[in-house]
Design a protein around this ligand. Structure first.
Ligand code: IFM
Length: 445
């Protein structure tokens, strides 16, 4: 496959999913510690308390990333590690951890891509209303400024919030993620506040980093596709579904057009978010790039003139029950290229597949023959390449995930890693998908 020489080949993780060490070095509690302590919330009653023990094994993990030929690593900073109460007192030991991590990455020739928020909100902030409280935009901007002052002499790629749809709708309306609420109004208000916080954090990073910083947001998408692309009814169903698509309507449009989808606002009725004068200008200021996370698609048929989501029995599904459809990523990249008029570089900041793996040990040599994950990754990387050939400004691809880890409400029952983790021994083993990634990324080195 042909990619530009300066293409970014990265792997991605997030703090709560891999770090462990939740009670060490003054780290405060997060909403995920609280959620995991609540019976019935996590499928296997597990938590991120130990996870991949990355907090202690980060040096080895950097060597692992290097061995994959990756030239970039996307990680997230745990807000409660550096500000145990979310605001106020700074925990130097937390800052030191990320300081050393960044130095280690740079020494290894790996560019750090730092995400400021990947869901581990300090519990104390939740007690003050969390994402439903408008003040969070300022709390987040202060935290972003602290991190930019600390790391901004070396980190030049910043991501504000990972998947604000999950932070708001999945966590405040569907209730599947922390804090596990079910309130339509709160979810929409939280969505608005994530975007306000994103805008304020971009300003803070730009103002406080001592090197010119590139800052953007990471949005997740499930493109709406017709069940049968040759059936005009299905094509119409996908078009209608797209008009109500929450990922675009609540996130792409405000960030890049400066307004929420009129259809979604009207549908929300009294649950529509309160917006103050000036908010949309903060939300829609220039992004240096857009990170997009994509794993699957939605398929639609028309029933009584309305779009209905259907299962594509002919397709392969991952263990998450997500359809494997690389054409979705391709169409998404072309759509976002058009949406941003080609002026905003795109990064695939997450893409990957969960399948149950088998570790095979022969003569002390461990292997994981994960053909389906390998095919998934190669198919989506090829879809990315086709988008680049058609003119989309795609600068990088990050595989989700560097290694197996804590998959939120699904605990340790999903395996997205290209590296296998034996949680009893913490031994890491490269899967075949990691070997395939290594070959592709070799041009980056
Ligand atoms: O593991 C998650 C990640 O934290 C956010 N994006 C989706 C991944 C797979 O569910």
């Amino acid at each position: 496959m042909m990619f530009p020489n300066n293409f970014t080949w990265g792997v991605a993780t997030s703090s709560y999913q891999i770090e462990g060490a939740v009670n060490e070095d003054g780290r405060g509690r997060s909403i995920w510690d609280d959620f995991c302590d609540t019976p019935g919330k996590i499928i296997d009653a597990s938590s991120g308390a130990v996870a991949c023990d990355h907090y202690h094994r980060w040096r080895d993990d950097i060597a692992l990333i290097k061995s994959l030929n990756a030239n970039a690593y996307r990680f997230s900073i745990a807000w409660p590690r550096v500000l145990p109460n979310g605001t106020g007192r700074v925990e130097q030991r937390g800052l030191d951890f990320y300081d050393k991590l960044v130095d280690g990455l740079l020494e290894a020739g790996i560019e750090p891509y730092a995400t400021l928020y990947h869901w581990d909100l300090p519990s104390d902030l939740q007690h003050r209303g969390g994402w439903a409280n408008r003040d969070i935009a300022e709390w987040f901007a202060d935290y972003a400024a602290l991190m930019a002052r600390t790391l901004g002499d070396r980190v030049t790629q910043w991501m504000t919030i990972n998947e604000p749809w999950c932070v708001s709708f999945l966590s405040h309306e569907i209730g599947e993620h922390a804090p596990g609420l079910r309130d339509a109004k709160l979810a929409r208000q939280a969505a608005h506040h994530t975007l306000l916080a994103h805008g304020r954090a971009m300003q803070a990073v730009r103002a406080c980093a001592s090197q010119p910083a590139k800052v953007g947001i990471v949005l997740n998408y499930e493109p709406c596709l017709p069940f049968d692309a040759n059936n005009p009814d299905d094509v119409e169903a996908a078009r209608l579904a797209d008009i109500q698509d929450p990922f675009h309507g609540w996130f792409t449009y405000p960030v890049f057009r400066g307004y929420y989808s009129p259809e979604l606002m009207a549908q929300s009725g009294p649950a529509a978010p309160n917006i103050q004068p000036g908010d949309m200008a903060i939300i829609s200021q220039r992004n240096d790039f857009l990170g997009l996370n994509n794993y699957t698609v939605g398929r639609f048929c028309l029933k009584d003139g309305k779009p209905v989501r259907v299962r594509n029995e002919a397709a392969e599904y991952t263990l998450m029950d997500w359809e494997v459809a690389p054409e979705g990523l391709h169409s998404l990249l072309m759509r976002l290229h058009a949406e941003t008029r080609g002026q905003v570089p795109l990064y695939v900041t997450e893409n990957g597949a969960s399948f149950a793996d088998q570790l095979i040990s022969t003569d002390g040599d461990a292997r994981v023959h994960d053909e389906r994950r390998t095919a998934y990754l190669l198919g989506h990387i090829e879809a990315t390449q086709r988008a680049i050939q058609k003119g989309a400004d795609v600068r990088g691809y990050f595989a989700w995930s560097l290694m197996d880890n804590f998959e939120w409400a699904k605990g340790y029952q999903q395996w997205f890693g290209i590296v296998h983790v034996d949680y009893a021994t913490q031994k890491r083993t490269l899967k075949d998908s990691a070997l395939a990634f290594r070959t592709l990324a070799s041009r980056a080195r």
